[in-house]
Design a protein around this ligand. Structure first.
Ligand code: SF4
Ligand code: SF4
Length: 283
């Protein structure tokens, strides 16, 4: 199962028909179908930030533990922007969450699993600042759901699968990925530090929490204590704050005020650290 979308090149055969939310599709997936879970036996699933929050909470892990044990990192573009894929079971291409009874994380399954057998593409028209989403049917030989009689609109299917909540939570992040891609070489290759920051803000929400609580954050950003406490209490708000930080770092979209003496403080701190560093032994 792979979801051809804006963060992942399409690899499944697509019916070349562009669908809007009110177009109808004939498809049904249910436990009694002969191919049940066939799609989970050969996966290539790119995770979104909200997917990771849902899955790591379901498993009772920190995001760091989840990323380290359940995912693999890959490069989403030629500049090395990091993406994260769900690991498969050892020695096979089956999903790690697949059991004899089906999906063991079903209520928190990733966006890609919810969309399937739909693909989605977001495009920004030249001269506009908003994206337009459209859809495709993904038809793979092993999937018998297309032979079922159930007909519904794309909108109804999205509702049934709970996709809206996921898309809404990931919206700003998808915009960042799209913008980075559409800017191409004009934005230039982000530094290794910026790429690490992308990973932190996109996938490691518990690491981001530590960063927002850190002295380094306090030194640079003009953010009052009450606002920080709110972020500490609301993981989704924290995740979305991370997207704002990313826009600021990658594209210079300044929505979080900086302390007026932030640069001087950083220089002074580096000077102090350098002064404290052990001196090389004199000859
Ligand atoms: S998360 Fe669940 S639905 Fe998605 S591929 Fe794995 S087993 Fe299948
Ligand atoms: S109908 Fe398609 S999506 Fe549903 S279990 Fe079968 S292969 Fe998977």
């Amino acid at each position: 199962m792979s979801k051809p979308n804006d963060t992942q090149p399409a690899r499944s055969p697509l019916l070349p028909v562009r669908l809007n939310a009110d177009d109808k599709i004939q498809f049904n997936c249910h436990k009694g179908i002969a191919c049940f879970n066939a799609c989970c036996k050969n996966i290539d699933i790119t995770l979104t930030p909200y997917d990771i929050v849902r899955l790591k909470n379901r498993l009772g892990m920190t995001s760091y533990e989840f990323l380290a044990t359940r995912t693999t990192r890959f490069e989403m573009d030629a500049h090395g922007v990091p993406g994260v894929k769900l690991r498969t079971q050892n020695g096979s291409s089956a999903c790690q969450f697949l059991t004899e009874d089906g999906c063991s994380v079903y209520p928190d399954r990733p966006t890609a699993c919810r969309y399937y057998a739909l693909g989605t593409v977001s495009m920004r028209k030249v001269g506009t600042s908003s994206e337009e989403d459209f859809y495709f049917v993904v038809k793979e030989d092993h999937c018998l759901g297309h032979q079922e009689p159930k007909v519904q609109t794309v909108r109804e299917y999205r509702e049934e699968q709970g996709v809206d909540r996921y898309d809404e939570a990931n919206k700003e992040w998808r915009q960042i990925v799209l913008k980075k891609r559409s800017c191409g070489p004009t934005v230039g290759k982000p530094s290794a530090r910026s790429l690490d920051f992308f990973y932190l803000c996109s996938y490691d929400v518990d690491g981001l929490r530590e960063f927002v609580k850190s002295h380094g954050f306090y030194e640079v950003f003009d953010f009052d204590d009450a606002a920080i406490r709110e972020l500490m209490d609301d993981e989704i708000a924290l995740m979305q704050f991370g997207f704002r930080l990313l826009k600021q770092v990658l594209f210079g979209e300044m929505t979080i005020a900086l302390k007026h003496d932030a640069r001087d403080r950083r220089v002074e701190r580096r000077r102090q650290l350098a002064a404290q560093a052990p001196k090389p032994a004199s000859e």
